[in-house]
Structure formats: C-alpha cells, structure tokens
Design a binder for this molecule. Structure first.
Ligand SMILES: Nc1ncnc2c1ncn2[C@@H]1O[C@H](COP(=O)(O)OP(=O)(O)OP(=O)(O)O)[C@@H](O)[C@H]1O
Ligand SMILES: N[C@@H](CCO)C(=O)O
Length: 326
C-alpha cells in the first residue's frame, strides 16, 4: 500500500437522463445507461478554473462541506487526479450538466469524509441549488423513472419507480449534430397557458405515470389489432402542449416527428429529450427502423444525426472504492 496516498482511489458513475418525457415538463424523467459508442464532439475546458465539474466541486467543498481552506484536506504539495470518462453527449438534452453536478457532489462527499451523512436525498436537495432542473437531477441520483414536485417547504419531493430491467422497452435516442442552449429552450416556453392545454398535459402525465410505473413485457399485446390499440394509448401518453410546440422552432423536423406517433409497430412514444435537440423514442420492437425513421426525417431538414439504443438505469449515481492491496 502506498502510505503517501491521501485518498483511496474511487470511481463515481452517474447515468445520463431524459427529462420531461413530453407531457411532464419539469416533472418527469428517466435514467439511461450510456456507453462509449458516442463520439463526443463538445469541447470542455480542462482548466480547473473554467471546467464546470471542478468549479462546482470547489463550490460544494466550500459551501456544502464547509471546508473554506482547501489545504486542510489537500496539502498544497499534493494533488487530486480526476480521470474523466464522458459518455453522456454534452449539451444535447440528456442531462450532461446534471450528471456533472452530481459527480462533483459525490467527489466532494468522498474528499470531505461525508460518506455517511450525505445520503441520496441530501445530495438531491443539495444539487438543486446548483441546477434548477430537478427532473434531470432526480434520475441522475436515483436512477429509474422519477416524478419531482417542488414545494414551499424548503425541499423538493421525488418519487422513484424502477423501470423494467432487461425488458423489451428501451430508450432510442436520436442525437442531431448541433446543440440547443437550455436557457434559449426555456425562454421559448411561454409563461401562461390556456386551461385546455393544461388539462391536456395533466391527463397525459397521469396516464404516462401509470403506464411506465406498471410496465412489464407482458403489458405488450400479442395480437395485431390489440398492439395497435395499445400503441395509440402509449403514444398519446407522451404528447404535450406546454413546451414542445414552442421549442420546435429550435429543432427543425421536430414538429413532423411528433405527428408520426403510430407509424411503426413497437413505438411506445416520441418526445424531445430534455431541452433538446435529442429526440427520445421509447420503443419495445423495431428499434433500428424507428431510429432510422427519425434520422431520415432529420436528413430531410439537412440535419445529420446518429442514434443509440439504450437500456434504462435503475442504480442512479454510485461510488465504488476498490479494495486496497497490501
Ligand atoms: N463532463 C463535463 N465536464 C464539464 N462540464 C460539463 C460536462 N458535461 C457537461 N458540462 C457542462 O454542461 C453544459 C451543458 O448543459 P446543458 O444544460 O446546456 O445541456 P444538457 O445538460 O446536456 O441538456 P439537458 O439539461 O437539456 O438535459 C456544457 O456546456 C458544459 O458547460
Ligand atoms: N425540464 C428541463 C430539462 C432540461 O434541463 C427543460 O425542459 O428545460
């Protein structure tokens, strides 16, 4: 064992997330297992004073762990090496900023010896101070399917339901080769809505919550007509009148895609992932055909894209420490 070692090496893993799920603007989200497949094209500063992960880490150590002088945990002649593996596409609507904040909190938790006091719920409430999108944060921390509810009680409620493991239901993400700034996408959403649009979304949030919370492969009918009827219900459940129609101007082709609800057998529903531009297609069959349909639509608007077929993540954020060798 290296007796000079300041900290035992540890690994923090945080899943990517897809927020809103159409109707559930700022309310619903789910966690997805990303793999190395994605060729990261974003330029992330490596300078510790400019990188979002390290600047957030400093803030958490100082503000949340109340360590004002960093040299009390890391002597000035020592350093901490961060080896970052970035599998979540950056700035594409799959929770890369939420994952960064959660990663920073887990690193701070380890460096400041807060392992027992910083529970997942503490971390969730803490993370909200650094990113207002509690939806992405909830799935990044808890995994599964999440409903968040802001309160005036000083905390945000989160209810997590695991998604079926190794099920036919998967998240197909189609990632266009451009970024949408979350701020711009939020500004596009109006501040008031008609009563009928609010009711439209309330009905679908309730329906989708029921469908996802109870989903099992045996939910999928076998007979053709029954499958079609089931698909009409599931595709309806993701529809939205609160944010997607207003964000369509930022994602060419999105408006057409949202009309293609029952075009292909196996499609559970289509929505914009987070603030976009990625499109999430929940599907239980014909994954490649469904992804190609979406990519062809983007091509018609001269937008290049690629796709990934992803399993859901039920673990959320994890931290592991390898056993020390003697
Ligand atoms: N691994 C990372 N290291 C440092 N900063 C990162 C990393 N990943 C993301 N970021 C920061 O997060 C920003 C992207 O946040 P933004 O909210 O625009 O997109 P997103 O989180 O991918 O999408 P959404 O919130 O819609 O799901 C990047 O510009 C960068 O500043
Ligand atoms: N609910 C958020 C997620 C993106 O951070 C939004 O749609 O703006």
């Amino acid at each position: 064992m290296n007796r000079q070692m300041l900290f035992q090496p540890f690994t923090v893993k945080v899943p990517g997330t897809s927020a809103n799920l159409g109707c559930g603007y700022d309310t619903l989200s789910l966690a997805l297992q990303f793999s190395k497949e994605y060729n990261q094209d974003a330029v992330i500063p490596t300078d510790v004073d400019k990188n979002f992960l390290t600047t957030t880490l400093y803030s958490i150590i100082q503000e949340e762990a109340n360590v004002k002088d960093l040299s009390t945990i890391i002597p000035s002649d020592k350093m901490v090496l961060l080896d970052i593996d970035n599998d979540i596409p950056v700035g594409r609507g799959m929770g890369s900023s939420a994952a960064t904040i959660v990663t920073a909190i887990y690193i701070a938790k380890q460096l400041t010896n807060n392992s027992s006091t910083w529970t997942k719920d503490t971390i969730f409430q803490m993370a909200i101070k650094y990113e207002p999108s509690a939806d992405n944060l909830s799935s990044a921390i808890f995994g599964g399917f999440n409903i968040v509810c802001s309160t005036d009680l000083g905390y945000t409620i989160c209810k997590t339901t695991p998604l079926p493991d190794r099920s036919l239901l998967k998240g197909v993400v189609v990632i266009p080769h451009f970024q949408v700034l979350t701020m711009e996408a939020r500004t596009a959403v109006p501040s008031s809505f008609s009563k009928s649009d609010v009711i439209f979304n309330l009905q679908r949030i309730s329906l989708l919550t029921n469908l996802l919370s109870t989903f099992g492969d045996d939910s999928i009918p076998k007979l053709e007509q029954d499958r079609l009827n089931y698909q009409k219900v599931t595709t309806h459940s993701l529809m939205d009148k609160i944010h997607q129609p207003y964000r369509s101007k930022l994602v060419p082709g999105l408006a057409d895609l949202l009309q293609m609800s029952t075009a292909i057998d196996g499609l559970f529903g289509i929505c914009l992932s987070g603030s976009g531009p990625t499109v999430l297609l929940l599907a239980y069959d014909n994954y490649e055909t469904i992804a190609n349909m979406c990519q062809d639509n983007f091509s018609k608007h001269n937008i290049k894209s690629n796709h990934m077929i992803l399993e859901f993540d039920n673990l959320g954020a994890t931290i592991t420490t390898p056993p020390l060798h003697n």
